[in-house]
Design a protein around this ligand. Structure first.
Ligand code: AMP
Length: 307
């Protein structure tokens, strides 16, 4: 039984108030897989890269227990490239370039050995491709989580709406929740989005934490107040990876366990933003992850005696 991760494996060029990178390793599925690898050892990746993608990056993923049999390497083609620039508040960014390259004709193939997947993380990708993966699975996973972004809402809303009908958990940020629902209030937005299909909605609010909704309940998890945030790229994906990785490890899809999973997701996201790109996510120890989760527990634990 395993976790199937679908999403981009990319080159990113990032500019923040603290510095600038040239093309470095990025992509939603990269961050998700690395983050999930701290919780579960059986990760299967479906994605695509071009001939320009270094073999060392694939080996690094394999060292994190990521099975790359479903990673297509297309001869004579270029890897997906994204460039972004963060504003001074580090909570908002502009996309400077999105070069789809190999994604333009991406035809995902789920290898036979991946068919036993119990948990599915559909990382940020064109909704049509997310749907193609769903349609190749012979049995429905126990939990399907989907992440998407404004880019796909702008250019592929009808396909996204179709995909939303087939999933269990949607993760988006606050401005995307407002765009998708047409509501400013996140509580109203959540109710509208839950009516579109997902049973659970996670709204990420950057340094202001995350909200988990179902139709009856809501839970809030803070983000860890960090001294230095160098690069928020991949925070949402690391959050999703920690979340689904913990669910896959515990095999418990109750609302109560999702609350715990959100804390693990927030912990992995907090590591991600401390350095550029995937740098911090490649070499964490179990002790560091455990200590970080404990910081979250200490941050929100308090006793109140109501009289
Ligand atoms: P996040 O900061 O969590 O939103 O994720 C950033 C990652 O998403 C980067 O590593 C990019 O390569 C990837 N990315 C950016 N734009 C897209 C897109 N339109 N579709 C899929 N992945 C994207």
């Amino acid at each position: 039984m395993s976790l199937l991760v679908v999403g981009t494996v990319a080159f990113d060029a990032i500019e923040t108030p603290f510095g600038k990178t040239d093309k470095i390793l990025g992509g939603a599925a990269t961050y998700i897989s690395l983050a999930a690898s701290y919780f579960t050892k059986n990760i299967n990746l479906v994605s695509v890269v071009g001939e320009d993608f270094p073999a060392a990056n694939i080996e690094m993923l394999q060292k994190h227990n990521v099975n790359t049999d479903g990673l297509q390497v297309l001869k004579g083609q270029k890897t997906f490239f994204w460039a972004g620039k963060y504003h001074n508040d580090m909570n908002t960014r502009d996309t400077i370039t999105t070069e789809l390259n190999v994604l333009e004709t991406f035809n995902p193939v789920v290898p036979e050995a991946y068919q036993d997947c119990e948990f599915l993380m559909l990382g940020n990708l064109m909704p049509k491709v997310q749907q193609q993966v769903l349609s190749q699975l012979k049995s429905r996973p126990k939990l399907i989580v989907l992440d998407t972004m404004n880019f796909w809402m702008d250019i592929a809303m009808p396909e996204l709406m179709e995909t939303l009908k087939q999933i269990d958990v949607l993760t988006i940020n606050d401005s995307e929740a407002r765009q998708l629902s047409g509501e400013y209030s996140l509580v109203k937005a959540a109710q509208k989005i839950l009516a579109m299909g997902p049973k659970y909605l996670i709204i990420k609010k950057g340094e202001h934490g995350a909200l988990l909704f179902n139709k009856e309940q809501v839970f809030f998890a803070p983000a860890l107040p960090l001294e230095d945030v160098f690069d928020p790229t991949g925070a949402g994906d690391s959050f999703a990876g920690g979340f689904i990785g913990y669910i896959a490890a515990t095999k418990d899809i109750s609302f109560e366990n999702m609350k715990r999973a959100i804390i693990f997701g927030s912990a992995t996201a907090s590591f991600c933003v401390e350095k550029f790109g995937t740098e911090n996510l490649v070499g964490l120890t179990q002790e560091e992850v455990d200590a970080r989760v404990q910081e979250f527990v200490d941050l929100v634990q308090f006793d109140i005696a109501l009289v």
